[in-house]
Design a binder for this molecule. Structure first.
Ligand code: 4EZ
Length: 235
């Protein structure tokens, strides 16, 4: 089995590379892919660069060129839901693009013809994440994640996204990875740890908490990975 783990920024995957220790580096499409082995499985790690386009390219490359059979995203996010605090973990039940807008033609926000507003993440992977959290006594929230090519540092924009999409957290890659993985039939999970509240302090908080929150997410994704591999062997 080959499993992909991606982040958007180097800080989001650095803890993973430190964990895997030994890996081979392959350059492709203006990016680097790190190939490791873990518990008899092939692991492909990469950070895409920030935003929906780069994330789509990386997800697609992992699937089409490296043959990954499951895709895990690990990184940080801005909180919308007041119950989410810095360092908290959230998995996406489903994801949407908050900046996709052809409402001028009567369509809902986040929708284009032949697409869908929300893409659901894989139920088995979500169940695994929840059972790992349970076992470790870690609190894990499940909710809607909204994605857009915009660092949100504005309460009004954040509230609009929360209201329009019932979103609990926001970031800049998840939904694009979801669209790619869904189209190519690869089960995926988007996991994020909160780095800020997408408000006027967001830039400052993000700088302060990027590393620690990215590490929270990376450590949890490693635990999920372990369970995913175990389960694949029992089949
Ligand atoms: C994007 N990522 C932020 C990248 C910021 C600065 C050099 C996550 C994220 C985020 N995205 C954390 N907080 C956010 C926020 N308030 N708005 C958008 O995935 C790069």
């Amino acid at each position: 089995m080959t499993i992909g783990i991606m982040g958007a920024m180097v800080e989001e995957i650095e803890p993973l590379l430190e964990f895997f220790k030994e890996y081979k580096t392959i350059e492709l499409a203006n990016n680097r892919y790190f190939l490791a082995k873990y518990k008899g499985c092939d692991i492909v790690v990469a950070y895409s660069k920030i935003g929906k386009v780069f994330a789509s390219l990386t997800a697609c490359t992992m699937i089409e060129k490296f043959g990954i059979e499951k895709l895990l995203f690990s990184g940080v996010a801005g909180a919308i839901n007041d119950s989410l605090h810095i360092g908290d973990l959230i998995i996406a039940s489903k994801l949407c693009q908050h900046d996709l807008d052809i409402t001028a033609f009567g369509h809902p926000y986040g929708y284009v013809p032949e697409g869908k507003v929300y893409v659901e993440s894989d139920e088995d992977l979500r169940d695994i994440a929840k059972s790992v959290a349970n076992q470790k006594g870690i609190e894990l929230k499940e909710g809607i994640i909204a994605t857009g090519d915009q660092f949100v540092a504005d309460s009004k924009r954040k509230e609009w996204i929360g209201k329009t999409f019932k979103a609990d957290a926001l970031e800049m890659e998840g939904a694009s990875v979801a669209v790619v993985a869904d189209a190519l039939n690869v089960p995926f999970l988007v996991l994020r740890s909160i780095s800020d509240a997408a408000d006027m302090d967001a830039g400052f908080d993000f700088d302060e908490f990027l590393k620690s929150s990215a590490k929270e997410s990376a450590e949890f994704v490693i635990a999920i990975l372990g369970r995913v591999i175990e389960k694949s062997k029992n089949k």
